[in-house]
Ligand binder design. Structure first.
Ligand SMILES: CC(=O)SCCNC(=O)CCNC(=O)[C@H](O)C(C)(C)COP(=O)(O)OP(=O)(O)OC[C@H]1O[C@@H](n2cnc3c(N)ncnc32)[C@H](O)[C@@H]1OP(=O)(O)O
Length: 507
């Protein structure tokens, strides 16, 4: 049997990913992510910073290298450096990092117009930096910046460069499509040309996503013989970003059985969520593999087909990533969507009642209202005039204050079963103060509230909901994750309504 070729994965979320406009990771966030990426996601290497950037960046790299040295992983931590005499090397020394990814010029255009040097002069500078690094016990990989344009416009320069670099004590040659301009066909041709001509060199391919071709280009570069690839979590990166890790891993696993890799598929969703929080950049709901809605069937026909011999099955199963399939509720729902959601809630309805509830969900969808699974008991009670909604908990009264230069506060009275409780608290905002008062009441009852993991506010347009504000809160308990929704003309009140629904879902 043919052995599968191992592809090295280098994660550059902490270097190239941080080049996303508006993103800046703190030192502790960088440390936590480097640890997670190397020990749980199990990428082969992480690039954690560019040299010389800032004092905070130096502190972050010091923390990472201290941890990595203790964990025996120091050779997996990389820093981008420049051809700048001793400056980057001094920074490397101070940071404790032992692998540098030296940024050199991969196109004659960049070399001539940015560095204003001749190839010979550039090669001499590079040779000096590599030799000095070697003396400091620092290993070198070389980036050929703008390599893709170099292959198109000055291929003789690229070959001249590689003839030079193969004589140097370097470990890897990193081929960036710096501006994300390659087509898949070119990615294959260019990588294949170099892999064939320089069989002793190790080539990494580094894709950018300017034409949304990052994943396709990575596939073709690997097919052409690239030994490693560079990825970022959630596709973070300058401009349109880099090749997104979760998509690339899924594609390689499902479509390229001839290669293998160390990355743990089950960890991809977790790391994606953490990077979403640390970067402050929300993942689009339709982002493959990690987006909120990518395992949600909306159309009634699809939901129906899922229960009939799994007709809409594909290999991209949510369970591979620790996720679950769900069924949206709205105007495209059929009975199957409603049934699936009711099953999760442990509710059974007769065929006739199911039709009535389905009809109401469709009407609400027409009004642009979002219906969550946890809304269904309210819809049922409204349509069937039953008391299927638990009203164990009722928010009876509250006063919320907001004033200049004073902390917002809340006074709250709730009924839980037959007992009433009152509590005051402060918070960073009115809703935070409300939640703090609520948490105090629940801790008196020795009960823990689920964690609020997302809070989305929307002003639905059109229909009857013109002036209303909709708050959808995502909660995470020890056993599951769910959403509740509140609708009111006041934003805080809509959040409180969503919160009361959450309280009534608790056992
Ligand atoms: C492939 C990539 O994504 S490359 C990303 C590289 N990383 C970064 O740029 C990190 C963020 N950058 C920074 O913090 C800063 O730009 C620094 C600290 C690197 C340099 O800052 P400054 O000294 O203020 O220089 P500035 O950013 O204005 O210009 C860059 C200089 O580097 C030079 N330069 C460009 N490429 C290289 C290179 N590979 N090696 C050495 N110098 C280079 C430019 O020619 C320019 O020099 P000049 O001032 O003599 O014209």
């Amino acid at each position: 049997m043919k052995t599968r070729r191992y592809i090295e994965m280098m994660d550059t979320t902490l270097r190239d990913g941080e080049q996303t406009s508006g993103v800046s990771f703190s030192a502790s966030e960088k440390l936590a992510l480097a640890q997670l990426l190397l020990t749980e996601v199990k990428v082969d290497r992480v690039e954690v910073a560019s040299a010389r950037v800032s004092a905070g960046e130096l502190d972050a790299v010091k923390q990472i290298t201290r941890w990595a040295a203790n964990a025996g992983l120091l050779d997996k931590v990389e820093v981008l450096t420049f051809v700048d005499g001793q400056a980057s090397l001094d920074w490397m020394k101070a940071s404790g990092a032992k692998v540098m990814n030296l940024l050199t010029k991969g196109s004659l255009n960049h070399l001539t117009h940015q560095l204003k040097k001749t190839p010979d002069c550039h090669f001499a500078d590079i040779q000096q930096v590599i030799a000095n690094a070697h003396q400091l016990g620092i290993q070198t990989n070389v980036y050929l910046e703008d390599w893709s344009n170099g292959m198109r416009n000055s291929p003789e320069y690229v070959l001249q460069y590689l003839d030079f670099i193969r004589t140097q004590p370097i470990r890897r040659v990193l081929l960036p499509d710096t501006l994300g301009v390659l087509t898949p066909a070119e990615s294959y041709t260019f990588v294949h040309q170099l892999v064939t001509r320089y069989p002793a060199l190790h080539f990494d391919f580094h894709a950018h996503n300017d034409y949304d071709l990052g994943v396709a280009n990575v596939m073709e570069a690997i097919r052409a013989g690239a030994h490693g690839i560079h990825l970022t979590v959630n596709g973070l990166g300058e401009r349109a970003g880099n090749a997104p890790m979760a998509s690339v891993i899924a594609v390689l696993r499902d479509f390229m059985p001839e290669v293998r890799m160390g990355v743990v598929e089950k960890s991809l969703y977790q790391v994606s969520k953490i990077v979403e929080t640390f970067s402050g950049l929300r993942i689009p709901d339709n982002k493959p593999v990690v987006g909120d809605n990518v395992f949600t069937q909306t159309a009634g026909i699809h939901a129906d087909g899922d229960k009939k011999n799994n007709l809409y099955f594909n290999a991209l199963l949510p369970e591979r990533f620790g996720r679950k399939r769900s069924y949206a509720l709205g105007k495209m729902s059929g009975k199957a969507n409603i049934e699936n959601n009711l099953r999760e809630l442990g509710i059974q309805l007769s065929e006739d009642d199911l039709k009535k509830v389905t009809q109401r969900v469709i009407e609400l969808g027409d009004l642009k209202e979002v219906v969550t699974r946890e809304d269904l008991p309210y819809v049922i009670s409204d349509v069937l005039h039953t008391s299927s909604v638990s009203s164990r908990v009722e928010v009876l009264n509250y006063v919320l204050t907001h004033s200049k230069d004073l902390k917002p506060s809340a006074t709250l009275r709730v009924r839980i079963d037959e007992e009433q409780f009152e509590e005051n608290a402060q918070g960073d905002g009115q809703y935070d103060a409300f939640m703090n008062a609520l948490k105090s009441i629940y801790s008196r009852k020795k009960m823990v509230l689920p964690m609020l993991t997302d809070y989305a506010v929307r002003i639905p347009t059109g229909g009857r909901t013109d002036a209303l504000c909709e708050t959808i809160i995502t909660w995470k308990s020890t056993t599951n994750e769910f959403k509740t929704r509140g609708l009111d003309s006041d934003q805080t009140v809509s959040a409180i309504k969503a919160t009361q629904k959450m309280l009534n879902t608790l056992d």
